[in-house]
Ligand binder design. Structure first.
Ligand SMILES: [Zn+2]
Length: 295
């Protein structure tokens, strides 16, 4: 950061900043990773921010390495002062851009999420002596529900049953009670509502989708005309800032190897990263010049 002409400081939450002048635009990502994670998730956005700062020597701006995006408590949730605009460069962590044959994508929003459980009640009975037609098997009902959950997810929505609790959970007893977890995700608040209703469960936890907006999104669209636009299925620091009301833009770089992430096979090419660097630099330059930042 110092070599790029930035003044380095750390806040109470542990976020690391490199600043130059009266910075209105913030860029960056996180440096922490998951156990056995790859080299690009997060770190690329920090390195790219520093490189952009190095290229834009005359532009007031700030670069951040957010604390603990993966593990929490997320540093991006504890900013002492919100920037006027935020731009994050990040790997896609999915296969969409690779399948489209496109190096870069513009994120329009981050998918919303709801979680809850559904419980099925039956009657415990002897597996050998209870005739098939006289059973109230909670697991058979739950199995139908699992298929229903899967079929409910359409148009970019995702719905997953990842955990089952079966009682009494014995090989020779017809299941009496089954609790099924539901994880439902959709790109807009309306589509998340519709998905929850279609599945038929009461969420115990919900995070509404957030939209990218304002000068950062407009600048990305101007710099990359015709680039594919994507909704991120994963949460990011950009999601936190956008939810806090900061006009935010997010640039995705193609993930190779089928889009794998959170594992050592995570990969983006030097050519794609170079294109992303040019786009990020141009985007920051435009946003810092726009007089609508913060509106
Ligand atoms: Zn990340």
């Amino acid at each position: 950061m110092r070599e790029a002409g930035l003044e380095v400081a750390r806040d109470e939450a542990g976020n690391l900043f490199g600043r130059r002048g009266d910075a209105r635009v913030l860029t960056g990502s996180h440096l922490d990773s998951v156990p056995n994670g790859g080299r690009f998730d997060g770190a690329l956005g920090v390195v790219a921010g520093i490189e952009a700062a190095d290229r834009l020597r005359e532009t007031p701006l700030a670069v951040v390495a957010f604390r603990a995006e993966e593990t929490g408590p997320m540093g991006s949730r504890r900013l002492e002062e919100l920037p006027e605009a935020f731009v994050e460069l990040h790997i896609e962590q999915g296969p969409v851009l690779e399948r489209l044959g496109e190096p870069l994508g513009i994120v329009t929003g981050v998918i919303g999420q709801a979680r809850g459980t559904v419980t099925f009640e039956g009657q415990a009975a002897h597996a050998g002596t209870t005739p098939m037609e006289e059973r109230a098997d909670a697991l058979v009902e739950a199995a139908r529900f699992v298929l229903h959950v899967r079929e409910s997810a359409r148009d970019g929505a995702r719905a997953t049953v990842g955990a089952l609790e079966i009682e009494p959970g014995a090989t020779n007893v017809v299941p009496e009670r089954v609790t099924v977890s539901v994880d439902a995700r959709a790109p807009t608040a309306e589509s998340l509502d519709a998905l929850i209703e279609s599945i038929g469960f009461e969420p115990t936890w919900r995070l509404d989708p957030v939209a990218m907006s304002g000068p950062p999104l407009a600048a990305l669209r101007a710099v990359l005309p015709g680039a594919p636009e994507l909704v991120s299925g994963a949460g990011h620091d950009a999601m936190v800032l956008a939810a806090a009301g900061v006009p935010t833009g997010m640039l995705f770089v193609r993930s190779l190897n089928g889009g794998v992430s959170h594992c050592p096979d995570e990969l983006s090419s030097a050519e794609d990263i170079s294109l992303a660097m040019d786009a990020l630099t141009e985007t920051i330059a435009r946003v810092s010049e726009s007089d609508t930042a913060g509106v």
